[in-house]
Design a protein around this ligand. Sequence first.
Ligand code: SF4
Length: 195
Amino acid sequence: MEDPLVQLRSTVLQCRQCGLCEGRQHVVFGEGARQAALMCIGEGPGYYEDVQGRPFVGASGQLLDKILSVCGFSREKDTYIANIVKCRPPGNRAPTPEERSTCLPFLMRQIEFVQPSIIVLLGATALQGLVDPSARITRVRGTWLTWHGYWVMPTFHPSALLRTPALKREAWEDFKKVIDKYREVVDPHHYSPHH
Ligand code: SF4
């Protein structure tokens, strides 16, 4: 039988359920390790992601790759990366609550199929789209949430770190917590920044 994640991908690549389908070049489904223990969720595709059909490939993606590698994670082997919406909002605006909720069932199924142990929410849209529409990223970042049995860490989107480099210090504190949790629930031998 075909992998349900592969089936889901074929469905999503054809999707025209919300207006974002009009301006897209590619649907950006998401990618990464099939059984990743760590899942990173962002907002939606930007220009380069839309052109290539892959998540986090622009400047934010390069920074995310760097952060993951500093934390001892490989994007291909340990991580699955997806977004709240799969098609690029025009001019990189934030997706509307309607667009988010129309697309969300796809992400929910991706999470269900990948079954990560830890989910990192990158930025306000990911936090509000997945967990709580009224949550503020500046308030809850760096604190563990439990959501549907998953450990969830909200932190800043890499684009915020590019805009405001002073936030990098707080983001690093958040990712240190992710490493600690990964050592606790996935691999006790994983790299630790404390030793
Ligand atoms: S953003 Fe999501 S719901 Fe909207 S067309 Fe794209 S895949 Fe479908």
